[in-house]
Ligand binder design. Structure first.
Ligand SMILES: Cc1cc2nc3c(=O)[nH]c(=O)nc-3n(C[C@H](O)[C@H](O)[C@H](O)COP(=O)(O)OP(=O)(O)OC[C@H]3O[C@@H](n4cnc5c(N)ncnc54)[C@H](O)[C@@H]3O)c2cc1C
Length: 370
């Protein structure tokens, strides 16, 4: 039995960041990861952008509050900057114009931009695709690997421990202490943080905690060559206002394409579907003059949502010492620094303002009313 103050289950970005912040606050933390490598699931498959005008209000609040950390991480956190400026262009074909106008009216730092100006930036944009466009100048790429490994280093530097091949298989509370059985041994602590991503409800059930109704959804991505004679390194990320596709510039004259798919799936090592790959190419080619002769790389990852698509960070209403840290959806990287500090504050007995927006007990309340 390995005693600790806190066991964090799941070493994706959510668990790694939370474990690191708790260790830095002086708690004895063990981070349990089912796989042999942390980051094998959603975190290692992300496209990794920070976009303020994305997601519901809680996501925007946590995204905004995370910005300072990305731009100025603690000393020694990473060897290189975590960010690289990458504006985001929202394109509206005629039928999406109303949606784009609402986005601009309700958004922050989102301004209209002429289509001719967009074509000067991205010369492969087809002349007949967009009727209107908007740009978020302040967005940036996030180096997910550096962020994730920065947090794992921070955990170790504060005496915390990462146990891999340590899938929680049985979770039981005895005499005020959670006992977690894994193939790497048994662990015990008065507090468990459930940061198991797509497996969040499964981990809760194991602990006798009511599941929240999480839905993992597949998102597909592929890498193709930029058209000959073009280097997209400095292009913005571009997609349509209705979010049915996007193209993200990558190093080595590549573009990452996605059909922005959301197919509900059971938690698993998800693989791309041929139809979604074809859709990504088809939708991107409707907007861009982009011959695709081969797919260099293809992958898929799970984006896991709560029933109302806001995050769930907070104490379970039906078990003592069980903290939910789930429902990161498509925003788990850009919200990670502020989300982890929120989880830390809750463990330390504080209740910051934003906690009310993501309180997992909201689901228990609505199911009692129904
Ligand atoms: C194509 C794509 C593009 C994306 N783009 C963006 C973006 O631009 N910006 C952004 O912010 N986000 C983006 N996301 C979303 C982001 O990747 C996720 O929100 C984030 O990675 C979720 O992190 P997590 O730690 O909750 O989950 P995960 O990384 O999946 O980690 C959960 C971990 O828990 C472990 N686990 C499960 N069960 C157990 C158990 N019983 N015991 C021990 N360990 C267990 C798993 O093995 C896993 O490692 C994107 C995702 C995809 C797929």
């Amino acid at each position: 039995m390995h005693p600790a103050d806190i066991l964090v289950i799941g070493a994706g970005i959510a668990g790694a960041a939370t474990a690191a912040e708790l260790a830095a606050a002086g708690r004895r933390v063990v981070l349990l990861e089912a796989e042999s490598q942390p980051g094998f699931h959603s975190t290692g498959r992300s496209a990794a952008l920070w976009i303020l005008n994305y997601g519901p209000a809680d996501v925007r609040a946590l995204t905004g509050a995370s910005r300072a950390f990305f731009e100025d991480p603690p000393p020694g956190f990473a060897e290189h900057p975590l960010t690289r400026r990458r504006p985001v262009l929202f394109l509206a074909p005629a039928a999406q114009r109303g949606h784009l106008e609402r986005m601009i009216a309700e958004g922050e730092g989102l301004r209209p931009i002429g289509v001719a100006e967009v074509r000067a930036m991205v010369p492969i944009l087809r002349a007949d695709y967009a009727a209107a466009a908007a740009i978020e100048e302040d967005a940036f790429d996030i180096d997910v690997h550096a962020l994730h490994h920065g947090y794992l280093r921070m955990l170790r530097a504060h005496g915390g421990r990462l146990a891999t091949e340590a899938r929680a298989q049985a979770i039981e509370r005895r005499d005020g202490v959670w006992q977690v059985a894994t193939p790497a041994g048994a662990f015990a602590a008065p507090i468990v943080v459930n940061a198991a991503g797509a497996w969040g409800d499964e981990v809760a059930r194991m602990a006798g905690v009511a599941p929240l109704g999480l839905t993992p959804m597949r998102r597909t991505a592929l890498l193709v060559d930029a058209p000959a004679g073009h280097d997209p390194a400095e292009w913005p990320l571009l997609g349509d206002a209705d979010h049915t596709w996007y193209a993200r510039p990558e190093a080595r004259r590549k573009l990452m394409l996605s059909p922005a798919d959301e197919t509900p799936m059971p938690p698993c090592d998800v693989q791309p579907d041929e139809l979604d790959l074809a859709l990504a190419i088809d939708r991107a080619q409707a907007a861009l003059d982009l011959p695709v002769t081969r797919i260099e790389h293809r992958w898929a990852g799970l984006r896991t949502f709560t029933p109302d698509r806001s995050l769930a960070i907070g104490w379970a209403g039906d078990a003592e010492g069980f903290l939910w840290m789930v429902g990161q959806g498509g925003y788990g990287i850009q919200t990670a620094p502020a989300a982890a500090r929120l989880a830390r504050d809750l463990v330390l007995g504080r209740e910051p303002e934003v906690a009310r927006m993501v309180d997992p007990r909201r689901f228990a309340v609505s199911s009692q009313r129904n």
